[in-house]
Every structure is written in C-alpha cells, then in structure tokens.
Design a protein around this ligand. Structure first.
Ligand code: IPE
Ligand code: IPE
Ligand code: MG
Length: 257
C-alpha cells in the first residue's frame, strides 16, 4: 500500500495517471429509513441492515483492489432526527463493532473514524478507539467511517488547527489546509457514490470531492450489492477526468512555449 500521506497530483499528472480502478471510493449510504418503511419496520431496522451491507461492501472493494473506502454513517446534521433514532444509531455502533470487528480485522481491513468525537458518548468513543487500535497495522484496505462528520466542520477544524499551529495568512495554502483535514492520510476520493436516489452531497467530503466522479443510484443502501458496485465502477471507467485540463490525444501536435 502507498504511504499514508496526502497525495496531491498536479492536474497534468492526474490526467496522465488516470486509471480505470479508483484508489478511493466514498459512499453516502442513504435509504435505510425508506427500506425499512417499505417493509413496515422501524427505521433503525433499516440502519441495522445497512451495517451488514457495509461489511459486504468493504470486502467486495478489497477484492477489487480498492485501497480506500470512506462511508458516511452519521452526519453532523443527523442529530436533528428523533431522539429514538439517534440513540438507535449510537447503539448500533456498539453492536456493529462487537459483531463485525474480529472478521474485518482478520481479513486486513484498517479502520479509521473521521468526525467530531467530542459530542459522542464515552461508550461510542471507546468502540471507535478499539476498532482503530485493533486494525492499525492492517493494510489491505482502509475503511474510514465518517461519524458526526460534516464537510464544513472539517474545513473549520483544519483552519482552527492552522491558527493553533501559528500559521500566518500567506501560509494558509491548499497544501497546508489539506494536511490538516480529517482525511489527510488518504488521497482524495476518485469515485463518490450516493445511494437512495437523492442527487446531493449533504455536507459529506466537500473539500476532498472537488474532482471526484459522482455516481447517483436509486438503489436503497440495504439493497446495495456487488452488481451495483460493479455498475458504478464501470461508469467510473467510462468517465473522462480532466481536472480542469484538456486531454491531448496521441496524434495531436503539442506546442511547448
Ligand atoms: C442513511 O439512511 C443513514 C443515516 C443518515 C444514518 P437514512 O436514514 O437517511 O434513510 P432515508 O433517506 O430516510 O431513507
Ligand atoms: C446523508 O443522508 C447522511 C448519511 C448518509 C449519513 P441524509 O439522509 O442525512 O441526507 P439528506 O437529509 O437527505 O440531505
Ligand atoms: Mg436519508
């Protein structure tokens, strides 16, 4: 696996370095509530089903050579939900870690949590710490779980860190902020998938997805499977990523200044 440091390709290098397989996939796992509602079940049952889908998706991504998978599990705005749903989601973290951590750790998944931990309970913080510490030496795939995460929060905390580090105004640069963002250990997502039919970002990786390829699917997250993943990968392979540059074809004359 490549070194855990920010990868900043120049636009030109990024165009030339384009590969058919994304290094990093980000997913907004949306549609759990509607999946449950269709079955006349409480929304939290949909979230539980969503955890099982997540575990299968991590393994499917690892099998396909994806190095980083980042999933949106709880947004900084999801606190607005009814308190029974919020507490159900917090409880699910504990269940998910005790049910799946051993398996994920044994197959080489490294787990990282991104988001503001200060607002979650000691129990949830403890479960996240356990997941991170038991998998820290794994390198097959890095699963980042965005929990109490917001793209705006991330930019703000990076700026706050820069101030605490004593940076001057002209030291505030793309690189100095990127190295303080919550996911500075990973390259930016190449492919950004949202399930559940909504075509919005909902405050996920705002900074990091500047040049991600977006794929939206109506599939509800609990129903997401290998076929949907492969469909998104095929769509990604068809995309022409230019990063603001232009594609120069082999038979076109180039002019250097
Ligand atoms: C996404 O599913 C999971 C979380 C936000 C925690 P939703 O709960 O938003 O499901 P829908 O969009 O209501 O169907
Ligand atoms: C985004 O889904 C957050 C997660 C999947 C965790 P939401 O369901 O919260 O987003 P909106 O409210 O439809 O924008
Ligand atoms: Mg939703």
């Amino acid at each position: 696996m490549k070194a855990d440091k920010p990868v900043h390709l120049s636009p030109r290098a990024a165009v030339e370095g384009q590969t058919a397989i994304p290094r990093h996939i980000a997913i907004v796992m949306d549609g759990n509530g509607r999946w449950a509602k269709k079955r006349f079940m409480p929304r939290v049952v949909g979230h539980g089903q969503g955890v099982d889908t997540l575990v299968k998706t991590v393994l499917a991504c690892a099998d396909r050579g994806i190095e980083y998978l980042t999933v949106f599990a709880f947004s900084s705005e999801n606190w607005k939900r009814p308190s029974d749903e919020v507490s159900g989601l917090m409880g699910l973290v504990l269940v998910a870690v005790s049910k799946h951590l051993t398996k994920l750790a044994s197959v080489g998944v490294r787990i990282r949590i991104v988001g503001d931990r200060s607002q979650v309970s000691d129990k949830v913080r403890g479960a996240w710490l356990e997941a991170e510490s038991r998998t820290e030496h794994n390198s097959r795939i890095t699963l980042s779980v965005a929990f109490n995460y917001g793209g705006r929060w991330d930019v703000i905390q990076a700026c706050q860190q820069a101030v605490k580090d004593g940076l001057t105004a002209d030291q505030i640069t793309e690189d100095s902020l990127a190295s303080r963002m919550a996911m500075s250990y990973a390259p930016d997502p190449d492919l950004f998938i949202r399930t559940g039919g909504e075509t919005r970002i909902s405050n996920f990786l705002l900074w990091q997805s500047a040049y991600s390829e977006l794929v939206f699917t109506d599939c509800l997250w609990p129903e997401f499977g290998e076929a949907e993943l492969d469909h998104a990968l095929a769509e990604f392979a068809r995309r022409d990523r230019r990063f603001g540059g232009v594609k120069v074809s082999a038979d076109e004359p180039t002019h250097s200044a």
